[in-house]
Design a protein. Structure first.
Length: 103
């Protein structure tokens, strides 16, 4: 693969895969549903500038490279989600969720 300063102006599925995209994602990008593409004959390409701008936008949406759902999952939504007793057992904590004393 070329280094980041030598990326081709028009990128095909092979170049996207060389950058680390999976084959399925590379072809999904080139379908035109995610980003605008250029069709030349039967082949499709994406402009390097369009791809790099899109990647920068994705980076801004995900702080520290984590999807927003992952970040929310780390933070308890209410005080009830945090057990206040360190000695609480798994069965005690999940008793209300499981509907009884036995697991």
């Amino acid at each position: 693969m070329q280094n980041r300063f030598e990326l081709p102006m028009m990128m095909s599925a092979n170049e996207l895969q060389d950058m680390g995209f999976s084959r399925s994602l590379a072809y999904r990008i080139l379908q035109g549903d995610i980003l605008p593409v250029v069709s030349i004959g039967k082949r499709r390409f994406i402009r390097q500038t369009v791809l790099l701008e899109w990647l920068a936008e994705q980076e801004k949406k995900c702080p520290a490279g984590r999807p927003t759902d992952y970040v929310r999952a780390e933070t308890p939504s209410t005080a009830e989600d945090i057990p206040d007793d360190d000695q609480l057992t798994f069965a005690d904590y999940h008793e209300g969720y499981m509907g009884g004393d036995e697991i």
